[in-house]
Write a protein that binds this ligand. Sequence first.
Ligand SMILES: Cc1ncc(COP(=O)(O)O)c(C=O)c1O
Length: 384
Amino acid sequence: MRRAERLEKLPPYLFDELDKAKRKASERGARVIDLAVGDPDLPTPSAVVERMREAVTNPSHHRYPGYLGSLELREALAAWFGRRFGVRLDVDSEVLVLIGSKEGLGHLPMALVNPGERVLVPDPGYPVYANTSILAGAEVGRFELKESNGFLPDVEELASLGEARLIFLNYPNNPTGAVAGQEFYMKILDFAAARGLLICNDAAYSEITFDGFRSPSILASPGAKECAIEIHSFSKTFNMTGWRIGFAAGNPDMLRALAQVKVNLDSSVFGAIQEAAVTAVSLDYDENVRVYEGRRRLALEWLSRLGCRYFEAKGTFYLWVRVPEGFSSVDFAVLLLEKAAVCVAPGSGFGTYGEGWFRIALTRPEAEIAEGFRRVASLNLWTS
Ligand SMILES: Cc1ncc(COP(=O)(O)O)c(C=O)c1O
């Protein structure tokens, strides 16, 4: 496929219309409450910032870092993985530092999939899986995440999509907030092993879960390292979206292929950021989740009061909510912006099966979330 054809195959940027409406609302002087973007408002822990401040003056960091990530960070990540998930990782072959998880996810199809081979991606889902598969010349097979199945893929239905090389999973899930347990991972691993399918589980939200649920790693299941990797991020766990650091763990062959792409495209993460990341993984990060817990409780109370139907999610800082009868996702999101200066993400931005839903990100303080709901409530959209 020619380059231009690949670019033409990328879907239109569905948040465009929303951006325009957001700009218009700001221009007419409205104070927009932005509950659309998954970018934490909470600060990066001060210990991380302090470590960075010191590390930045270290001349050894002013030269190229090693391609896989520093040994100190890979050791810290392996230790964290052991403590948190009970999984042993070999620091030389089973851990790879990334420039944010998006970078690793985006380069993976190029590393693992031949042009024309199929990549299975969730719908609704984080658009990067499908779009970078298209850029790699792969065929995309979308599988529906259904509310009736807790937004987990139906393994039998996956079989009907035919042969595929790679499947992207994402639990805890953006945009639905759904979580997956070990039982599901074992089932999908059996399915993959029988078909020579490779698995990438995007675990960017692994540390943001509620109601006593702790997200397991797919790598804790027997045989997982034969065909699976898991991608982790510092962005949401430690409020470090701007720092651009994450890592991949698991199957050595998959990681070697990804590293081979990366050595030709980038030269890893600034050493000072890697040092700061070593401090981050040593921290207790429960405080973050407690803040989201409060916001989530508040938002769920409002949703119930308004009579909205929503998915009772156990993970991520997102809420996945049905739009009222008679609206498309985009029409509804634009209406909220125009009439209430409240910005939410239309579900259709995450795929065809996201139509009829919208996503709220709990990345603003409680007072702002409450103000947003007060404004939306005054529109009486659910009572007619
Ligand atoms: C599901 C999912 N994966 C990955 C990312 C990218 O995170 P990072 O900042 O680590 O690149 C995001 C960002 O919103 C996300 O929602």
